[in-house]
Design a protein around this ligand. Structure first.
Ligand code: NAD
Ligand code: UGA
Length: 480
C-alpha cells in the first residue's frame, strides 16, 4: 500500500516544531501543514502580524513564515481538529529531565509525549503515520505504539483507525536552524514498515538528496540522536578541560584546537573553548544516556558520559571563581557588566545557558550585575534569575554598589551596561561585540578594569592598548 501524505499536523510549536514545519511547508507547497500547541500565548505569537514578534528568533525564519503562513502553514490550538484530519503527525514536544520520582535528575520526562500519543489515539481517523520528532529514550516508540494500539480495537468488526510509528530525530542547532533544515548533513528515518518510511522519505526528497536520507531500525534511530548530542558535548568538555590546562601552562587553547583540528580524524568543528555548553538538550540527552546505561547495569558506561556533564558544571563555576579572584578576591560593592545571556549567538534561547550559572555565582558573591543581550529580553532574564532583585539604577548618582549587592539591571545599550563597571564579562559570541568601541568604554569603567573574554573573540591588543586588563579563556600567556 502506498501512503501519500497530503496533510501534516505537528504537535508542539517550539524551537523544533515551528522552524521544521515552516521549512516542510516551504519545500512541499502541495502539503498542508498545521502546527498545534496547547500554549495559547505561543500560538498567538506565531500568528503575529509583525513578524519580529514570532516566539522564536532564527535567521531566515521570518521570510519563510511570511511566504507560507495562511497558505499551506497554520498555527493554532485546535489540537483535536488538526489531528483528526492529518495523514501524518509529528510529535515535537518538550522532553525535559524528570525532576521527581523514579530517575529524577537523569531520565527524560515523557508525560508530554504520552499526552500527545493519547490525543492521537483519541482523535486520529483512518490510517495515520506518527513520527517521533522529539528526542526520546530508546524504546519510547514501544510506549507510543501501545497507547495507539489500545485505540485500534475494532468497533462492530470495523477497524476505525490504524497507525505506523517512525522515529525521525531532529539535528538542527539553534541559531542556524533554517540552514540546518534546508541543507541537513543527514536525515534519519527509523521504522518497521517500509511504506511508512517511504511516505516520510517522499517529503524530504523534495529538497534533500537521497544519499543523505538514512533508513534504520527504530531503536538505532532513537539511540543515534542521543549519541550525536553526547559526542558533540563531549568534544566541548574535552576542549574546556584543556583550556584550564592551557591557562596553567602558558599554552593557548586556540592554538591547541587548531593544531589538533587539522588532523582529519579529529576535525576542526566543536573545538571552541567557551563558558561551558548550554542549551536545552546536551545536558538532558547525556543524562538520559546515563540513566539508560544504569538501567541496563552498565555502570562504567554511565560514569563515562556523566563525566562530560560534571566537567561542564565545574568549568562554569571555575569561571565565576576566577572572575572573583582577579577582582582582588571580592566583588561585593562592584558592578560587573555581562555581555550575552543566550546560550550561544543568534538565538534568544537561554535554557541551560552558562550565563545563568555564572551570573548566579557572581550575585551570590555580592556583585551588582548589569546584563545586556541583543535578543534576550528583560522578562526572560527575570525568569532565569528569579530569586535576585532587578533594580534599574541611575548610574550617574552612584559611586559604589555596596547598597545593591546581589541585584541586577537589564541594559539594552552596551555603554550603559559598562558605565562605572569594574569588569566586563563576554559570555556569548554575538557579532555586535566585535565592534565595541573599547576606547570609549575604557573611559567609562572604574579602574583598574578587567575584560573577561570567555569566548575568545576580542583582539587582545586593542583591549590592552586601551588601558584595560584582559583575561581570555584558555590563554596562558597574555592573561593579566
Ligand atoms: P519547546 O519547549 O520549545 O517546545 C515544545 C512545545 O510543545 C511547547 O510549546 C509546549 O507547549 C508544547 N506541548 C507540550 N505538550 C503538548 C501537548 N500535549 N499538546 C500540545 N502541545 C504540547 O521544545 P523544543 O526545543 O522545540 O524541543 C522539542 C523536542 O525536540 C525535545 O525533545 C528536544 O530534545 C528536541 N530537540 C530540540 C532541539 C532544539 O534545538 N531546541 C533540537 C533538536 C531536537
Ligand atoms: C545542539 C546540536 O548541535 C544539534 O545538532 C542538536 O540537534 C541540538 O543540540 C539538540 O538536540 O537540541 P544547539 O544546542 O542548538 O544544538 O547548539 P550548539 O551549536 O550545539 O551549541 C551548544 C552549546 O555548546 C552552546 O552553549 C555553544 O556555545 C557551545 N559550544 C559549541 C561551544 O562551547 N564550543 C563549540 O565549539 C561549539
Amino acid at each position: 500500500m502506498v501512503i501519500k501524505i497530503k496533510k501534516i499536523c505537528c504537535i508542539g510549536a517550539g524551537y523544533v516544531g515551528g522552524p521544521t514545519m515552516s521549512v516542510i511547508a516551504d519545500r512541499c507547497p502541495e502539503i498542508f501543514v498545521d502546527v498545534v500547541d496547547k500554549n495559547v500565548e505561543r500560538i498567538k505569537l506565531w500568528n503575529s502580524t509583525n513578524l519580529k514578534d514570532l516566539p522564536i528568533y532564527e535567521p531566515g525564519l521570518e521570510d519563510i513564515v511570511k511566504r507560507r503562513r495562511g497558505k499551506n502553514l497554520t498555527f493554532s490550538t485546535n489540537i483535536k481538529e488538526k489531528i483528526s484530519s492529518a495523514d501524518m503527525i509529528f510529535i515535537s514536544v518538550n522532553t525535559p529531565t524528570k525532576t521527581k520520582g523514579i530517575g529524577a535528575g537523569q531520565a527524560s520526562d515523557l508525560k508530554w509525549v504520552e499526552a500527545c500519543a493519547r490525543d492521537v489515539a483519541n482523535f486520529a481517523t483512518g490510517h495515520t503515520v506518527v513520527v517521533e520528532k522529539s528526542t526520546l529514550p530508546v524504546k519510547t516508540a514501544e510506549v507510543i505504539k501501545k497507547i495507539l494500539e489500545a485505540s485500534q480495537i475494532p468497533i462492530n468488526f470495523e477497524t476505525k483507525k490504524s497507525f505506523d510509528v517512525l522515529s525521525n530525530p531532529e539535528f538542527l542547532a539553534e541559531g542556524s536552524a533554517i540552514k540546518d533544515l534546508e541543507y541537513p548533513d543527514r536525515v534519519l528515518i527509523g521504522g518497521e514498515n517500509n511504506e511508512a518510511i517511504l511516505a516520510l522519505n517522499d517529503i524530504y526528497i523534495n529538497w534533500v538528496s537521497p544519499e543523505k536520507i538514512l533508513h534504520t531500525n527504530i531503536w538505532s534511530s532513537e539511540l543515534a540522536k542521543l549519541t550525536a548530542n553526547a559526542f558533540l558535548a563531549q568534544r566541548i568538555s574535552s576542549i574546556n578541560s584543556i583550556s584550564a590546562l592551557c591557562e596553567n601552562t602558558g599554552a593557548d587553547v586556540k592554538e591547541v584546537s587548531r593544531a589538533i583540528g587539522l588532523d582529519s580524524r579529529i576535525g576542526s568543528k566543536f573545538l571552541n573553548s567557551g563558558p561551558g555548553f548550554g542549551g536545552s538538550c546536551f545536558k538532558k540527552d547525556i543524562l538520559n544516556l546515563v540513566y539508560l546505561s544504569k538501567y541496563f547495569g552498565l555502570e562504567e558506561v554511565a560514569e563515562f558520559w556523566e563525566g562530560v556533564v560534571k566537567l561542564n558544571n565545574w568549568h562554569q563555576h571555575r569561571l565565576s571563581r576566577l572572575i572573583t579572584n582577579k577582582l582582588f578576591g571580592t566583588i561585593s560593592g562592584k558592578k560587573i557588566c555581562i555581555l550575552g545571556f543566550s546560550f550561544k549567538a543568534n538565538t534568544n534561547d537561554t535554557r541551560e545557558s552558562a550565563a545563568i550559572t555564572i551570573c548566579k555565582d557572581l550575585l551570590e558573591e555580592g556583585a551588582f550585575l548589569s546584563i545586556s543581550d541583543p535578543k534576550v529580553n528583560k522578562k526572560q532574564i527575570e525568569k532565569d534569575l528569579k530569586s535576585y532583585s532587578l533594580n534599574n539604577l541611575n548610574y550617574s548618582e552612584i559611586s559604589d554598589f555596596f547598597n545593591y549587592e546581589g541585584q541586577w539591571a537589564f541594559e539594552e545599550d552596551i555603554n550603559n551596561a559598562a558605565e562605572k563597571s569594574d569588569a566586563i564579562v563576554i559570555l556569548t559570541e554575538w557579532e555586535e561585540y566585535l565592534n565595541i568601541n573599547w576606547e570609549e568604554i575604557s573611559t567609562m569603567m572604574r579602574k583598574p578594569a578587567w575584560i573577561f573574554d570567555a569566548r575568545s573573540i576580542l583582539d587582545p591588543k586593542e583591549i590592552k592598548d586601551n588601558d584595560l586588563y584582559l583575561w581570555r579563556i584558555g590563554n596562558g600567556q597574555s592573561n593579566d
